[in-house]
Design a protein around this ligand. Structure first.
Ligand SMILES: O=C(O)CCC(=O)C(=O)O
Ligand SMILES: [Fe+2]
Length: 279
């Protein structure tokens, strides 16, 4: 089993991409419209940010969740006791951000949101009728004008070797949101769990774009699309000295959007954030 990158420009792209999402919860795209230079420029600028003391001026706001999350408050995945070995910055267009980094992230946020709208319309087009009839509105519309969509700049620092045993860069978890869009990171490590429990490396070729299903789309599709567990494993040997940067965009519906009979996006998110211990 392998995840194969789908060529965004190919004739069968939509179908192959949605099949991959249905089968594994993940889809990988190549030849997509996000400019790679935009991504690498962000990686460079934010590596410098995480290496500087400046970051401590932007500690996150508890109520609104924007800003810098130091390693000391970083997430503990559901069902785990050790904190992940990572620090990150939560960017929202309305939230705090160092001014010299704002435009770059805002541009990426906009471009990736546009692509997400298109990919959600592919997902809708290839949802069977008995599944899509339960969507309370078009999937692409659910994220329109949402102020909840979150761009996370993640920094996994080099490992010293005396990390707590069992602590890993990102323990196995599922994403909460509708879908996640993630350019291949600058170092490997991301893995997805298959139905048989095995872990599969997500291809991280330079320029790939990775998309995965989150719990909200799983909920809205009555579990037709699986929100699969994924994790980031620790590097070994020479790679231990390297930082890893990644840039997931978590597409969130507006809070009032009905996901299912049980949940709106807003009620669902509150429940999950409490479990994570970040609110
Ligand atoms: O860093 C990565 O490659 C994945 C990060 C991730 O899964 C997350 O932040 O939810
Ligand atoms: Fe994730």
């Amino acid at each position: 089993m392998q995840l194969v990158a789908v060529d965004y420009t190919s004739e069968n792209a939509k179908k192959e991409f949605v099949e991959s999402l249905r089968e594994t919860g993940f889809g990988v795209l190549k030849n997509h419209p996000i400019q790679q230079k935009m991504v690498t420029d962000i990686y460079d600028a934010w590596q410098a940010f995480f290496d500087s003391e400046e970051k401590h001026q932007y500690v996150y706001n508890k109520g609104t969740q924007d800003g810098f999350f130091p390693q000391s408050v970083s997430e503990t995945a559901k069902g785990f006791t050790k904190k992940d070995i990572k620090e990150y910055f939560h960017f929202y267009p309305w939230g705090q951000c160092p001014e010299h980094l704002r435009q770059q992230l805002a541009d990426y946020y906009k471009a990736a949101n546009e692509l997400a709208r298109e990919l959600l319309s592919w997902i809708e087009e290839y949802s069977p009728e008995d599944i899509s009839k339960h969507y309370s509105q078009a999937l692409s519309k659910m994220i329109e004008d949402s102020d909840q969509t979150l761009l996370r700049v993640l920094h996994y620092p080099p490992l010293s070797g005396d990390e707590e045993p069992e602590a890993i860069r990102a323990a196995a978890h599922e994403d909460i949101n509708l879908i996640t869009i993630l350019p291949a990171a600058n170092e490997p490590g991301l893995q997805v769990q298959l139905k048989d429990g095995d872990w599969l490396d997500v291809p991280c070729d330079f320029g790939n774009l990775i998309v995965n299903i989150g719990d909200m789309l799983q909920e809205a599709s009555g579990h037709y699309f699986p929100s699969t567990s994924h994790r980031v494993i620790n590097p070994e040997n020479a790679d231990m000295t390297k930082s890893r940067i990644s840039l997931p965009l978590f597409l969130h519906p507006r809070p009032d959007v009905q996901l299912s009979e049980r949940h709106t996006a807003g009620s669902y998110l509150q429940e999950r954030l409490k479990e994570l211990g970040v609110i």
